[in-house]
Design a protein around this ligand. Structure first.
Ligand code: NAP
Length: 248
């Protein structure tokens, strides 16, 4: 495949981004990695394991200038940018009445503005090719008003991701670009204050229709499907990957 998928938020060793990057590489995508932390080891692992090209760039997604520089670098070394997985994000468990203004802005800047900055830069390239697949991670927190770990600014930012997805699906559709979101329920990573203890795992699973919390592969496989050729008639959609936590 002579196409590249950009994956943000892939540095975390037990995270959704790393699993997604490895799954997409196994399907033949060349991979551009972008995270606030270095991902060079993952890029080397992808090249060694999957016989595709992979490069890593470091940037804070909430810094638009740094994002544009990082993606310029990735684009100059990789085949055409055809897909984007917006996965970078942070949690925020602070109750609303105790919420400092700086925390509100930190979470909105990373989880919503960061998605916009990366998407805007990559959409500029996609429109020149007349093809693109954009998938951004929202959360059931956007739909249920939190309820798992993170609170208000997280829910607001993740709801914003759904609005951004729908607006871009409408605007970029004529350019051959599909835009979708994935809304995970509780997934076994370290974002909710560190590794999930067995007790917490049991409590979280009690709310679900399947009797386990999710793992990163559950989310990665949904992203890979939405990026596939077979998903070309799906746009503006939010796909819940949540064990039945939210039915709408
Ligand atoms: P994770 O393991 O913490 O991965 C998030 C990655 O994003 C980390 O590598 C993180 O780096 C990076 N990142 C954070 N701030 C960044 C910034 N400003 N610029 C660039 N990269 C940054 O968490 P995860 O569980 O895989 O989460 C991935 C996505 O899924 C997030 O958007 C999250 O909100 C969403 N999600 C997760 C769950 C869940 O239950 N796990 C549920 C719903 C939605 P650091 O490690 O340095 O912070």
């Amino acid at each position: 495949m002579n196409r590249t998928a950009i994956v943000t938020g892939a540095a975390s060793p037990r995270g959704i981004g790393r699993t997604t990057a490895l799954l997409l590489a196994s399907q033949g995508w060349n991979i551009g990695l972008l995270d606030i932390d270095p991902c060079d080891d993952l890029a080397a692992e992808i090249v060694a394991t999957h016989n595709v090209k992979a490069f890593a760039a470091t940037a804070d997604v909430s810094d638009e200038t740094a994002v544009r520089t990082a993606i310029d670098d990735l684009e100059s070394t990789l085949p055409p940018l055809a897909a984007l997985a917006n996965i970078a994000g942070v949690s925020s468990p602070v109750p609303y009445l105790e919420l400092p203004s700086a925390e509100w802005h930190r979470v909105i800047n990373i989880n919503l503005n960061g998605v916009h900055y990366v998407t805007h830069r990559i959409a500029e390239s996609m429109v020149t090719h007349g093809y693109g697949r954009i998938v951004s991670i929202s959360s059931t927190s956007a739909q249920r008003g939190g309820g798992t770990y993170s609170k208000t600014p997280y829910s607001v930012a993740k709801a914003g991701v759904i609005g951004l997805t729908r607006a871009l699906a409408r605007e970029l559709g004529p350019c051959g670009i599909t835009v979708n979101a994935v809304a995970p329920g509780p997934i076994d990573t370290d974002i909710m204050g560190g590794p999930i203890t067995p007790d917490r795992r049991t409590t979280m699973a009690a709310d679900l229709l399947v009797n386990r919390i999710g793992d990163p592969h559950d989310v990665a496989s949904a992203i890979a499907f939405l990026m596939s050729e077979d998903a070309g008639y799906i746009s503006g959609h939010t796909l819940n990957v949540d064990g039945g936590l939210y039915m709408h």
